[in-house]
Design a protein around this ligand. Structure first.
Ligand SMILES: [Zn+2]
Length: 202
């Protein structure tokens, strides 16, 4: 299924990422418009993270987990954990510092945010962001745009593009499986030959 031109352009020691991009995009269009993987940084970001949060240092939220006992009965166990606020609900602002503190910190302001639950102020430096990310083998039905070349990414450009290609091919695989599934359902009797899954070994 993978085109010979894609394989040869990736195997080349001096990879031409514009050519590879062209080849992989051609492959993508073969999935037909219904299964083609959209290329969008924004959509990728939205689907890729389950949620990004910061934890408030001043309040807790009641949570529960469901426990199943030996007889299969389910019950809820309650516990308290620091309130997690989705980053989209957080407005970061510059908090002005007292004169003395500002001399110590060598800055007139510091970044802070207000917890929507307890209305206390948290400092950005004390509340690191946590990404709840899907597992690395998950697929999202979308791919981010090919990394752009610039002098600052010169050394890592090839590696970044390879990562992009690997993700893209994984998405295309999933699209292909969905495409095949529908195809088989429509042509059940006619298909005898198995279609083998595609390897990502490059
Ligand atoms: Zn709070």
């Amino acid at each position: 299924m993978y085109s010979g031109s894609l394989i040869s352009s990736v195997s080349n020691t001096r990879r031409d990422w514009n050519l590879i991009s062209f080849n992989v995009n051609s492959l993508n269009t073969l999935l037909t418009s219904k299964y083609t993987i959209p290329i969008s940084d924004e959509l990728w970001k939205n689907r890729h993270y389950i949620q990004q949060t910061r934890s408030c240092n001043h309040c807790h939220t009641k949570k529960y987990k469901t426990i199943t006992d030996e007889e299969g009965n389910m019950s809820k166990e309650y516990y308290e954990a620091r309130t997690e606020v989705p980053t989209k609900d957080i407005k970061i602002f510059d908090e002005r510092l007292d004169y003395v503190v500002s001399i110590l910190m060598k800055s007139k302001t510091r970044k802070a945010w207000v917890c929507p639950q307890c209305i206390e102020t948290n400092l950005i430096t004390e509340t690191p962001r946590t990404n709840k990310e899907y597992q690395s083998n998950a697929t999202f039905g979308v791919i981010y745009e090919k990394p752009k070349y610039s002098l600052s990414v010169r050394a890592s450009y090839d590696r970044l593009c390879m990562l992009w290609l690997t993700c893209f091919l994984r998405e295309i695989d999933m699209g292909l499986m969905a495409f095949q599934k529908e195809y088989f359902e429509q042509h059940q009797s006619g298909m005898k030959e198995d279609i083998k899954p595609i390897s990502h070994e490059i």
